[in-house]
Design a protein around this ligand. Structure first.
Ligand SMILES: [Zn+2]
Length: 236
C-alpha cells in the first residue's frame, strides 16, 4: 500500500520534472534568439517583404473617343480626303499610350462604350475627342457635373489649361456642352476615379495641329497627366 503510493508520487514527480525541463529548454532556445517553427511561420507572414513594399504602377485609362461605336465627326469635301474623328483620336491615343508607358505608368485603352468602364478604378480616366468640322479653334475640357471629387478633377483641368494650352498654342473654347458634363462614361467609373473629357481641338479650324502635328497634342496631354498625378501625390 505504502509502496504503491510512493511509486505514484514518483511518477507524478517524474512527469512534473519533464514538463519543467521542457519549459526551461524552450526558454533557453528563445533567449538565444532561435525561433520555434510556429513563430518562424508567423514572422514570415507578418514582416513585409520588399515585394509587398513596392507600390503598384498607377493606371491611367484613356478612352479613345467613338472607338468601337461610330465615326464621330466626319469632315471632307471634294478637294480634301474624308477625315473621321474616330481615326484622328485613335492615332493620338496610341502616341500618348507610348509616352505614358515609357514613364512607367500602366495604360488602359478603352473604347467609347467599353464594358471595363463599369466601376473602373484608376488614377485618372481621360476621354479624348475632337470637335466638329467648323472653322473654329480651341480645346474644351469638362468633369462630371455631379462629381464626388470636383477639387481633384479641377486640378486636371488646371493642368490642361497650363500644359495643353502651352504645347498646342490653343485657347480654351468656352462652348462646353451638357453632353460633356453629363458624359455617359462619367457615370460608370467608381466615384473615386477622377474623370475628365478633353475635346482636343476642332477638326475644322485645328486640322493642321491634330493631323500634321500630333506630337504637340501628345506632349500637351502627357504633360497635363504628369502634372495631375504629381498634384494628386502631393495631397497625400
Ligand atoms: Zn467626339
Amino acid at each position: 500500500m505504502r509502496i504503491a503510493l510512493i511509486r505514484r508520487l514518483q511518477r507524478l514527480f517524474l512527469l512534473f520534472s519533464i514538463v519543467l525541463v521542457a519549459g526551461v529548454v524552450i526558454l533557453a532556445v528563445r533567449s538565444f534568439g532561435f525561433l520555434l517553427p510556429r513563430q518562424v511561420e508567423h514572422v514570415t507572414i507578418v514582416v513585409p517583404t520588399p515585394e509587398q513594399d513596392t507600390v503598384p504602377p498607377l493606371t491611367v485609362a484613356l478612352l479613345s473617343g467613338h472607338a468601337g461605336f461610330d465615326s464621330g465627326a466626319i469632315c471632307g469635301d471634294m478637294n480634301a480626303p474624308t477625315v473621321k474623328e474616330v481615326d484622328v483620336v485613335a492615332r493620338i491615343v496610341e502616341l500618348v499610350r507610348v509616352q505614358l508607358e515609357s514613364k512607367g505608368l500602366e495604360v488602359l485603352i478603352l473604347e467609347e462604350y467599353d464594358a471595363r468602364l463599369t466601376n473602373l478604378d484608376a488614377a485618372l480616366m481621360l476621354s479624348l475627342h475632337a470637335d466638329s468640322c467648323i472653322f473654329v479653334s480651341g480645346y474644351k475640357a469638362a468633369y462630371p457635373f455631379n462629381s464626388a471629387i470636383p477639387l481633384t478633377e479641377r486640378k486636371m483641368l488646371a493642368c490642361i489649361d497650363e500644359h495643353y494650352a502651352a504645347h498646342t498654342g490653343l485657347s480654351f473654347h468656352p462652348s462646353v456642352t451638357e453632353e460633356m458634363t453629363r458624359y455617359h462614361a462619367f457615370r460608370k467609373v467608381l466615384p473615386r476615379t477622377p474623370t475628365v473629357i478633353l475635346e482636343m481641338g476642332f477638326l475644322g479650324g485645328d486640322a493642321r495641329l491634330l493631323m500634321q502635328e500630333p506630337e504637340r497634342v501628345v506632349a500637351g496631354i502627357t504633360e497635363s497627366i504628369d502634372c495631375f498625378l504629381e498634384e494628386a501625390e502631393q495631397k497625400e
